[in-house]
Design a protein around this ligand. Structure first.
Ligand SMILES: [Fe+2]
Ligand SMILES: [Fe+2]
Length: 387
């Protein structure tokens, strides 16, 4: 099987940057609080989430009663790939060289050349190239580890959707996504084991978000949290990393994964578009608040706390550096390029006097509302199975 199509050129980064508007800095005390929650537990083998929900059987077996979901299901059957045999695991990865190349191109901390930062009075003033390279390696290990844990979150959430969604076409589709997510866990786990240099435990803030999504008894909240918010962000993040990395194996993996993720986000958009038309204003307001909670968690809280700790630096002491780097906030904001138009398509932006529109305006991300939603992008990103 070959990767026949090129990944659709994503919008030029500088165009996207124009859509982000000024956002208030978090207060240093807030950042310190976020940074001080660090997962130091590398020993636990399990994490349990208590969850109460109805498992729904349906006796309406009419396949194709929801044509858009049926089409997605048929696509998904043809788009399966094998994480062991379709990926070229023989490609060698020189992680250190990759980090040094990206530093030579101007990247260091948050894509910024550290020579341009005022590090005096911070724990980094004594750092030389060796420490920054090590930081880059650890940061990559951390990022791929969080992708891995997030993929497992998607695996369990989608298995839950198979049980809880009342429509047969959605149960069928979700079953293919369960297989997709198993493959994503497999592929990131193997890349970390074979090609990088160490795993990280799940970031505590990421775990809290995944727990909030999976423990909620309302079936649509699983979709909203996972398919719209987490997978919407992941699709944008994978796209950026795909553009930025020159490492051919990671590029190949991301291309395969993105082709699946685009379908998953479409699954969320198609399903919730129908369901949200039946909800009351008060019920919609709860969904708006949930979307906002997830958005702020994803924008503000995943700050590589565990990396600083492993580098021997008190995570809280990094706070002065965080607000010194506007590029960091810009990058965080650009990760919402898929989420905002999808929330708009679901009617979540403008319901209840534009409550979520106001929140996204404060976050500086409302400019993305006119970008394409992800209802059909999967057709352009598909790499396996033809059209
Ligand atoms: Fe995935
Ligand atoms: Fe996914």
């Amino acid at each position: 099987m070959s990767l026949s199509n090129d990944v659709k050129e994503s919008r030029d980064e500088s165009d996207m940057a124009d859509l982000v508007t000024e956002m208030k800095d978090l207060a240093p005390e807030e950042l310190e609080e976020i940074m001080s929650v660090v997962n130091r537990d590398t020993q636990s083998k399990m994490h349990n989430v208590d969850s109460h929900y109805d498992t729904i059987y349906t006796w309406e077996y009419d396949k194709g009663a929801r044509p858009a979901l049926d089409k997605l299901y048929e696509k998904a059957k043809k788009a399966q790939w094998n994480a062991q045999t379709d990926v070229e695991w023989s490609i060698d990865v020189d992680q250190e060289k990759g980090i040094m190349d990206s530093m030579a191109a101007g990247g260091g901390f948050a894509g910024v050349n550290t020579a341009t930062l005022d590090l005096s009075g911070t724990p980094f003033q004594k750092w030389g190239e060796k420490e920054w390279v090590q930081f880059g390696i650890e940061a990559q290990n951390w990022t791929l580890s969080q992708f891995l844990h997030g993929e497992q979150g998607a695996l369990v959430c989608t298995a839950k959707i198979v049980q809880t969604v009342p429509w047969i076409d959605a149960k069928y589709y979700a079953s293919t996504q369960v297989m997709d997510e198993a493959r994503h866990v497999e592929v990131f786990s193997r890349y970390l084991d074979d090609k990088l240099s160490g795993h990280y435990p799940v970031n505590v803030h990421l775990q809290s978000l995944l727990d909030a999504i999976v423990e909620d008894g309302r079936w649509d909240i699983t979709y909203l949290g996972m398919q719209i918010m987490v997978e919407g962000l992941a699709l944008a993040a994978f796209g950026f990393i795909y553009q930025l990395t020159n490492e051919p194996l990671l590029k190949q993996i991301l291309k395969y994964v993105m082709s699946d993720e685009a379908r998953h986000v479409a699954f969320g958009v198609i399903s919730l578009k129908e369901y949200y038309q039946q909800l009351t204003s008060a019920e919609i307001r709860e969904r708006q608040e949930f979307a906002y909670m997830a958005a702020t968690a994803m924008r503000d809280r995943f700050l590589q706390q565990e990396v600083w700790e492993r580098m021997g630096i008190e995570p809280k002491s990094v706070v002065p550096l965080l607000n010194q780097v506007p590029e960091r906030k810009m990058f965080q904001a650009m990760l919402f390029a898929k989420i905002v138009p999808n929330c708009k398509k679901l009617g979540l932006l403008d319901a209840n006097n534009g409550w979520l529109r106001d929140r996204f305006t404060e976050m500086g991300i409302i400019g993305f509302e006119h970008l394409d939603d992800t209802g059909s992008e999967y057709e352009e990103l598909q790499v396996v199975g033809g059209v």
